[in-house]
Design a protein around this ligand. Structure first.
Ligand code: ATP
Ligand code: MG
Length: 318
């Protein structure tokens, strides 16, 4: 069976965008691949962070992943598998500063700022380690991570050439098509968990009345014609609501007003979130079970990654 790997950074509370764009395709992938799904807690430390909040977010993210149906995969926390940080160092000894300087994410988020954490700069080496340790054939990544996976391929090729054939060079693939959800208060911006406090970001643990309020305040437009409820390039807010409605199993048939559209979206989103939240509540009531799943996941990861780390160390002369 092919192996696939996906990591979620606990940089905020999970949103409807994460469910439709990431968790759902991850659930589907369990059918035909041996899936490793990690919570990238180390990556959540590249910008100023609060230890207590990080701990809470890791727990909430893990519980939501299981509630969403990822129980057939190997679910783990990155920091519980020491090989990630260990191989990252060996790959820092493989990458060059020229390469790291060219990373768009670093240029945008921290370059030239004295208080930028060094880990934001070396982050691509850790991400390369995350991937190469599992020898996956394919890495499904969205556009924002493509450059990092290209670097991962370059590092694997260079390492293999300099020290011997240790790593599988993974193919880049597009992630299974999932919806791209935009913010309800600003449909030109993606709904992201870093903006979890924004009025237009629906959280997976939002209760129905909060969902209703957020959807009710969604930006639409001033078009009130008989066919106002339709997707069109000049109607980003309405288009987004229609896409969310469809992705949540609702139908726009017969809807003629924005009020009716918002009610339909609310009902569809609540219908998707309710069973997820029920399952979440059950799991949250049984923290020992979640801990056991994470420990078993990390144990399997240590087994799988150990030999790869040892081979890399030996090849480098350690
Ligand atoms: P951040 O704001 O910290 O970047 P994020 O919500 O964008 O958080 P990521 O950690 O960047 O989340 O990505 C996790 C996964 O969720 C990725 O697979 C990404 O494609 C997906 N994802 C994130 N936001 C959306 C969205 N609005 N619509 C669809 N998929 C999304
Ligand atoms: Mg993002």
């Amino acid at each position: 069976m092919e192996r696939t790997l996906s990591l979620l950074t606990p940089s905020g509370r999970l949103t409807l965008g994460n469910l439709l764009g990431a968790l759902r395709p991850m659930v589907a992938a369990q059918r035909d691949a041996d899936c490793f799904y990690g919570i990238a807690d180390l990556h959540a430390m590249t910008t100023p962070h609060d230890p207590g909040r990080l701990r809470t977010l890791v727990r909430e993210t893990a519980t939501l992943m299981l509630a969403a149906g990822l129980g057939d995969a190997t679910v783990f926390t990155q920091s519980q598998v020491p090989a990630h940080a260990q191989l990252a160092y060996l790959l820092e000894c493989t990458a060059t500063t020229g390469e790291l300087n060219r990373m768009i994410q670093f240029k945008e988020k921290g370059r030239g700022v004295d208080s930028t954490r060094a880990s934001l700069y070396t982050y691509p080496a850790l991400m390369a380690a995350d991937i190469l340790l599992y020898r996956p054939h394919r890495v499904p990544v969205g556009a924002d991570q493509r450059q990092h996976v290209e670097l991962t391929r370059d590092l694997a090729l260079r390492f293999n050439r300099l020290y011997g054939p240790v790593f599988t060079v993974p193919e880049l693939t597009l992630p299974a098509a999932g919806a791209r959800v935009m913010r309800l208060d600003d449909p030109t911006r993606k709904m992201g968990k870093s903006d979890a406090d924004a009025a237009g970001v629906v959280l997976l643990l939002d209760p129905p009345d909060v969902v209703r309020r957020k959807v009710g305040r969604a930006v639409t437009d001033s078009d009130t014609g008989p066919d106002a409820v339709r997707a069109a390039p000049g109607k980003p807010g309405v288009t987004n609501l229609l896409e969310v409605l469809a992705a949540c199993g609702g139908s726009a048939e017969g809807l003629t007003t924005y009020g009716a559209l918002k009610r339909a979206v609310t009902d569809a989103v609540v219908a998707v979130l309710e069973p997820l939240q029920e399952r979440y509540a059950e799991l949250a009531d049984d923290p020992a079970h979640v801990t056991t799943v994470l420990e078993a996941g990390a144990a399997r990861c240590r087994e799988v990654t150990g030999p790869v780390l040892v081979a890399a160390q030996a090849a480098m002369g350690l």
